[in-house]
Structures are given as C-alpha cells and as structure tokens.
Design a protein around this ligand. Structure first.
Ligand SMILES: C[S@@+](CC[C@H](N)C(=O)[O-])C[C@H]1O[C@@H](n2cnc3c(N)ncnc32)[C@H](O)[C@@H]1O
Length: 301
C-alpha cells in the first residue's frame, strides 16, 4: 500500500472489558496507519469505507488483538444471490452447512416446504451445480495485493467454472404460504447460473401438500423469536411432525430449529442433532428418518 491508496478498518471486539467500542478500536488502528505513513512519507492515505484498496480487519478477544488484511473483500457469507428477502432469512453459510451436513448429492429430490427467501434452496442448487461460493462476487481483496498473479487467478476461475453443471428441472422444489417469500425465492434463484426456471416453486401451506416420497426435506420453520410467538412456533412444529409421520414415509427430514425444545415438539426421534448458530442466534439441526417400513433391527448371529 502507498500513501495514494485508500484503506478502511473494520473491527470486532469481544470479552475485553477495557475496550468495549469497536468503532473506537478501529479509529485507533486507522490513526496508527495514517501516522506511520505521515512519518515515513510526509503524506497520509485516505479512508474509503465503500471500496477501499486495502481492507484491514482488527479482531480483539480476551485482550488479544489480531490485525489482518482482508483478502476476500467483505464477508464470504455474502454470496451475492440474495437480492430479495422476507423476514428471518438464514445466513447463507449456515444454509450451506445444513445442505452439506444433510449429505444431499442430487440422487433424490430435495424440498423446502417453508422456504422463506429460499436460502436453503439456493445453497442446495449451488452445491449440486458446483457453483463456487464467490461466483457472483465482483471484487476480491486479493486482486489488489502487490503479489497478485492475474494469470493464475484466471486459471483457477476457469477450472472451477468448467466443473459447473446445470440443474435438472424439478430436482429441487420449494413452497411457502407467504406469496412475497415465494417471489423473493424466485428472484434469488434466478440470480444463480443454470437455475433459472428449473426449481418448482409454489405458494402453499405445508399442510396442503398431499404426500411426498423418497425426498430430502430440508426446512427451517419459524423460530418463535423473530417471527410470530413461541406458542405458535411450538404448535407448528408439532403439526409438522404429524405431517412428516403421515405423509412423508420414505423421506429424510433435516430440520433446523431455534433450540432443542422446539425440535423436540416434532415428536420424532432424530438420528442425530448438531448445534449450529445463525448470525448470533443459537440453533440446532436434527436429522429424522421417516422409514417406509419398520426400522430394520440387527439380526441375532
Ligand atoms: C424462518 S423462515 C424460513 C427462512 C428461510 N430458511 C430463509 O433462509 O429465508 C420460516 C418460513 O416458514 C413459513 N411458514 C410458516 N408457516 C408455514 C406453513 N404452515 N406452510 C408453509 N410455510 C410456512 C413462513 O412464511 C416463513 O417464510
């Protein structure tokens, strides 16, 4: 970086009683960088928060500071496809983790019957189509570093893009009872290459779905924290459990709930549970197998 380049400092401070304001901490690092340049060159670089030449990140936790250079150019969870949203969308990286943990590989259909802004559907599509997480990203921090090798970057991009494949129509589907949610989901999916009009979407109450067979059901029902109240969230979970039992034999459900107690309301024993946070909120993912025939028992040998 030279004095004619711009920079921005972004800070995150936690568990450090002597320093509670991250803005103040960021200001101190900014001043230090400017002072250093002024001492050496007599001039100081300018700050540009929107599009800096160099992003500097300050992370302070338990009285220990780490200063690093932002090579991605903003948080990687911002994939760029979510141009529309309704209330309580999942963080993209959490949705990606849910899809990864479900082990879904496109061998059978995938359905999200309470799709909201469609984050789980978008991440499932990205996973199947092998769309790199940063595919829609226009700017990367590392391209502004002095040792950036543009030919190598082109090669990396070309080989990742050559591995991409289109989504078979109907493999992924989603629904929500909120019309705006379905609209937002459609907008977001259409931002992904090879996905436009390939995902079946409908405005529907989950309980109006007649039957589902041999499908991975991936769902994030309302938490009862941000959307509606706790009582109605628990009631919905119980009814959703009945829906799974009665109409989804042969499927596997992956339910991301706000907490263990809410997940329990489904009334079905999960094969496994995994704790996963959603942008600061606690949450838990449970896998529930809905066997078509009684669960196979180990044979006596
Ligand atoms: C927590 S949000 C889902 C957020 C979504 N995973 C995302 O990332 O955008 C829960 C969604 O469930 C929908 N919903 C609630 N009750 C429903 C029902 N009975 N049938 C269908 N959708 C329902 C709500 O409209 C809301 O969009």
């Amino acid at each position: 970086m030279t004095h004619s380049d711009t920079f921005a400092v972004n800070a995150s401070v936690s568990n450090t009683p002597s320093l509670t304001h991250s803005q103040y901490a960021a200001l101190k690092v900014k001043d230090a960088i400017c002072d250093c340049f002024r001492r050496k060159t007599g001039e100081r670089p300018s700050v540009n928060v929107q599009s800096p030449d160099l992003g500097v990140h300050l992370f302070i936790r338990n009285n220990r500071a780490t200063i690093s250079i932002d090579v991605s150019g903003g948080s990687m969870h911002k994939r760029g496809y979510r141009t529309a949203s309704v209330e309580a969308p999942m963080q993209e990286t959490l949705a990606a983790a849910v899809i990864r943990l479900s082990g879904w590989d496109g061998e059978r259909p995938l359905l999200d019957p309470m799709c909201g802004s469609g984050t789980l559907l978008c991440e499932a599509a990205m996973s199947y189509c092998r769309i790199p997480a940063g595919f829609l990203r226009k700017e990367w921090g590392f391209t502004r570093l002095p040792d950036f090798d543009s030919n190598r970057w082109k090669k990396v991009k070309t080989s990742a893009e050559a591995a991409m494949r289109p989504l078979p129509a109907g493999l992924i589907s989603g629904s929500d009872l909120n019309r705006d949610a379905v609209r937002a989901t459609r907008t977001n999916l259409n931002n992904l290459p090879g996905c436009k009009d390939r995902i079946r979407l409908s405005e529907k109450n989950v309980f109006d779905i007649p039957a589902v067979g041999n499908t991975a059901i991936v769902v994030n029902p309302p938490y009862g924290v941000r959307l509606g109240d706790r009582e109605s969230a628990e009631k919905l979970m119980k009814e959703f459990g009945d829906f799974l039992k009665q109409r989804c034999t042969g499927c596997t459900a992956y339910i991301y709930a706000g907490d263990r107690q809410l997940l329990k309301k489904v009334g079905l024993k999960p094969e496994w549970k995994k704790e996963l946070n959603n942008g600061g909120l606690e949450g838990i993912l449970g896998k529930i197998d809905l066997y078509a025939s009684p669960k196979p028992q180990p044979k006596n040998v």
